[in-house]
Design a protein around this ligand. Structure first.
Ligand SMILES: C[S@@+](CC[C@H](N)C(=O)[O-])C[C@H]1O[C@@H](n2cnc3c(N)ncnc32)[C@H](O)[C@@H]1O
Length: 217
């Protein structure tokens, strides 16, 4: 897992974002190489991993409408982590935790096997140039890693506005014995993410894909 799926960005961190990150109430979990006890962290709720939440606006809406799910939200972008934490506290959400780091490393090092009820990956960086394609998050190796952390019957919900990437997602996941599914109509309860709002303004349509973790004998 040596290829980064993101470009490290500095991005100015506002005072509000910095204060939200500095708060020590436990909503921000430290990235580490120790296994997380998700049962303890989320009080026994089924847990969804979101990789790459951006500013987290859709994450917050989804966490607020499903208090019976624990959301482990991971991104590398510091200002977005500040925004997510600020909004989670503003709405007094208790079912969300954030980690500042690479979601694939978190899955590899911090998540036990078969721990997740589901995964969300909304608008992962499309890496449109051919020479950058190896950076895309949906690859056979990453699909296998994420399958190993997901319970049988759990799901992976993906969305992208980049049609060639939608095709790649489908090819990769259809070729995997650990996932079964395909393209679905856009779920009406999926909030428009910030990135998607830009895509809509620029007249790019989005594709949603839904895969279920299969039992591989
Ligand atoms: C195009 S943005 C989309 C953000 C958000 N999901 C949305 O739709 O507005 C992709 C996000 O994924 C994050 N990202 C990319 N690779 C990642 C990884 N391996 N682990 C965690 N976050 C990642 C980036 O930092 C960025 O915030």
């Amino acid at each position: 897992m040596t290829v980064r799926t993101y470009l490290p960005r500095r991005g100015r961190v506002s005072k509000r974002q910095a204060a939200a990150i500095g708060d020590t109430d436990g909503l921000l979990l430290p990235a580490s190489d120790d296994l997380l006890d998700l049962g303890e962290v989320f009080g026994g709720l089924p847990v969804l991993l979101e990789i790459g939440f951006g500013t987290g606006s859709a994450t917050i809406t989804m966490a607020a409408t499903a208090p019976g799910l624990g959301i482990l939200a991971v991104d590398v972008h510091t200002p977005g982590i500040g925004d997510l934490l600020f909004r989670a506290r503003e709405k007094r959400l208790t079912n969300i935790r954030a980690i500042a780091g690479d979601g694939l490393v978190v899955a590899d090092q911090m998540l036990p096997e078969s721990a997740l009820a589901g995964i969300r990956t909304f608008f992962p960086d499309p890496w449109p140039k051919a020479r950058h394609r190896k950076r895309r998050l949906v690859t056979p190796a990453n699909a296998a890693l994420l399958a190993s952390r997901t319970k049988v019957g759990g799901f992976w919900h993906l969305a992208t506005d980049w049609q060639p990437y939608a095709e790649q997602m489908q090819e990769v996941l259809d070729a995997s014995r650990q996932w079964t599914g395909g393209v679905i109509p856009r779920p009406t309860d999926r909030p428009i993410t910030r990135y998607e709002a830009t895509a809509i303004r620029e007249h790019r349509s989005s594709t949603d894909l839904w895969y279920q973790r299969t039992k591989v004998s």
